[in-house]
Write a protein that binds this ligand. Structure first.
Ligand code: SAM
Length: 187
């Protein structure tokens, strides 16, 4: 793996391509314009299943259109906050968070520390033993630092006997480069 040509999103996709298998169950917790949902849909294949959540109808509509364009039929879409995912999904091999606001949408609607940490807790409660959680955290600019700080505090307090948390930052890049975070269960 080289890093100079990567960013948080590309690292997340590289991880998902390595870890998500045909037949798996995956959750896209922040559907947005549907690009992560589409990737997951292709990776799990027709034997697998994807559940995708977003609080904005605009995002659900965009995601549905993208999936239809690519003839993907293994995705259930919910206009619902991701902290409620465990009410819809009982087990997942991968859960993907790409926090922030909807690209090309209203910048005043974005993910918040309180619900984001609750959503990670929900994701951990449904994660398969060999599963993985991928997180891209955008901060600074319109979204500020509240969510990033809440995420880092929450994650550093996760029991290290039960979970491994890897934090990837482009340390010498300027202007708040997004973070890429991976959580695995120890087993
Ligand atoms: C950076 S975008 C996601 C990009 C998307 N994965 C894609 O491929 O286009 C973040 C999304 O999170 C959504 N969001 C914010 N708070 C949420 C919540 N509590 N539950 C679910 N989605 C939320 C926003 O509406 C926005 O569409």
């Amino acid at each position: 793996m080289t890093y100079y040509d990567k960013n948080a999103l590309k690292l997340s996709h590289a991880l998902l391509k390595e870890r998500v298998k045909q037949g798996d169950i995956a959750v896209d917790a922040t559907a947005g314009r549907g690009r992560d949902t589409l990737l997951l849909s292709e990776l799990v294949g027709n034997e697998g299943k994807v559940y995708a959540f977003d609080i904005q109808e605009d995002a659900i509509r965009s995601t549905r259109e993208l999936l239809t364009e690519h003839n993907r039929k293994n995705v259930s879409l919910y206009c619902e906050s991701h902290h409620k995912m465990a009410e819809y999904v009982k087990k997942a091999n991968a859960v993907v968070f790409n926090f922030g606001f909807l690209p090309g949408g209203n910048h005043e609607i974005y993910s918040r520390g309180d619900t984001s940490t609750k959503a990670i807790e929900a994701a951990l409660s449904i994660l398969a033993d060999d599963g993985v959680i991928s997180i891209c955290s955008y901060y600074g600019g319109d979204t500020g630092f509240e969510e990033r700080d809440a995420l880092l505090t929450y994650l550093e307090n996760l029991d290290s006997k039960q979970y491994t948390v890897m934090l990837h930052s482009f340390h010498n890049r300027k202007k708040c480069p997004p973070l890429f975070i991976v959580i695995e269960k120890n087993h």
